[in-house]
Design a protein around this ligand. Structure first.
Ligand SMILES: Cc1cc2nc3c(=O)[nH]c(=O)nc-3n(C[C@H](O)[C@H](O)[C@H](O)COP(=O)(O)OP(=O)(O)OC[C@H]3O[C@@H](n4cnc5c(N)ncnc54)[C@H](O)[C@@H]3O)c2cc1C
Length: 382
């Protein structure tokens, strides 16, 4: 299988790697470690990527992008995830919030919200899940009630990644008596609006990652409505499909496998046969995940709904995440607590393992992804 995306892609990869080498601290493990400088580091790197024209390579030029192909965007995703996502929480704005605003927003919303995303100066979060609405997202009960020209939001969100550091949230709420999917409506909500309380959830994913968000009669102006009243389900489907394709963790898996092989060769001369077999199996799974991700990108490029392709890719990616995590632990567990600049692989083993556990839940559980694929094969839309 030839994964070569051509000379331009190779040059782009080279540029990205050089920028990461020159600007990210050695041993960087993502935006949610105990290091208090993580947030500033990722914010500065996003601004740098924006100045270099690499943050929104595939966005149209009218919205601050470079008008490049989805394949250029794929290269950016791969290099970012392979190096522990130096864009931090901003990847969400780039991957799906911006595209959702392009697709469903009015001119004023595009003018207001797209430039800051393209400049790398804003963090968005996603307010979908609720205590009683996770897999069954259409059961969500946060209410939006009309109030003059605008709205008041009341309810609770949970597992909201980055809510404590985000300036804006794309939030799903129920308007009117509509049942399940029909009543769902999307809002663009400033996180400093009165009535919003963010409560961090302690988790193994590190500080600042997961949160509860309480909404106590939060006022939202008429300009906060994204798309049609009752039209939120289409926005959610599109958002989740983009999100699922946008997280290129297969690239991190492949880099970790390669670092692992290098490390073992350096210390043991050559991999013992049984480990070489496991390593080759894991690499095969990673390549399968990559192939499925490329199929989803192709579906996006063709403009079709990528739901099932995105879910198939997500299933493969999360499984190889866990496979690689187990293999790394099995082989290098005793080194996994050696973090820091001198041990980029060792620190990453433990970090990768923790995130791999959550991977089959975040962005829709494994079972939910399997159902989306099955329904697509059976020709059912819901
Ligand atoms: C790291 C992480 C980050 C997240 N970030 C966000 C975020 O930023 N914004 C946001 O809105 N949400 C976020 N979430 C929430 C995530 O989308 C939900 O956790 C997920 O959709 C599952 O919902 P739940 O936790 O309520 O589990 P449940 O829906 O209660 O599921 C529990 C179990 O039952 C299974 N199950 C449920 N229904 C079915 C069914 N019909 N058939 C078969 N099995 C079923 C599930 O697969 C799962 O194994 C995040 C979650 C994680 C782990």
């Amino acid at each position: 299988m030839d994964f070569d995306l051509g000379e331009e892609a190779a040059l782009l990869r080279g540029r990205l790697r050089a920028l990461i080498d020159a600007n990210m601290p050695p041993g960087f493990l993502g935006a949610f470690t105990d290091d208090p400088s993580d947030l500033a580091t990722t914010q500065e790197f996003c601004a740098l990527l924006a100045r270099e024209g690499l943050l929104t390579v595939a966005w149209p030029t009218e919205y601050g992008g470079q008008g490049g192909s989805v394949w250029a965007q794929t290269v950016v995703r791969e290099e970012m995830w392979a190096h522990h996502e130096p864009r931090g929480a901003q990847y969400m704005g780039l991957n799906w919030v911006g595209p959702a605003i392009m697709a469903f927003g009015d001119d004023e919303q595009k003018r207001r919200h797209l430039p800051p995303i393209a400049e790398g100066s804003v963090i968005w979060c996603q307010g979908f899940s609720e205590p009683d609405a996770g897999s069954d997202l259409a059961a969500l009960s946060t209410r939006a009630t009309e109030d003059g020209d605008g709205w008041r939001l009341r309810g609770q969100k949970i597992w909201t990644s980055y809510a404590g550091m985000a300036q804006w949230c794309v939030l799903a709420a129920r308007v009117g008596p509509g049942e399940r999917h029909e009543g769902i409506t999307m809002f663009l909500v400033p996180m400093d609006a009165p009535g919003i309380t963010v409560v961090p959830i302690e988790s193994m994913l590190g500080p600042h990652h997961l949160n509860e968000v309480f909404l106590d009669d939060v006022p939202v102006g008429p300009d906060g409505l994204l798309g049609e009243v009752g039209g939120g389900w289409s926005v959610i489907r599109r958002a989740l499909a983009h999100e699922r394709v946008g997280i290129a963790r297969y690239a991190r898996c492949e880099r970790l496998l390669s670092l692992m092989a290098g490390e073992l060769r350096a210390t043991a001369g050559r991999l013992p046969d049984h480990l070489a077999v496991q390593w080759a199996r894991a690499l095969t799974q990673v390549r399968v995940a990559r192939l499925l991700a490329y199929r989803a990108v192709l579906a996006q490029e063709a403009g079709g709904p990528p739901d099932a392709a995105a879910s198939a890719a997500r299933i493969a990616v999360t499984r190889c995440d866990q496979l690689v995590a187990e293999l790394l632990f099995q082989v290098l567990a005793e080194r996994s607590l050696e973090a820091g600049p001198s041990a980029p692989l060792a620190g990453a083993i433990e970090d990768h393992w923790r995130y791999a556990q959550a991977a089959t839940v975040a962005s829709g559980t494994l079972e939910v992804q399997q159902m989306i694929v099955a329904k697509d094969l059976l020709g059912r839309s819901r």
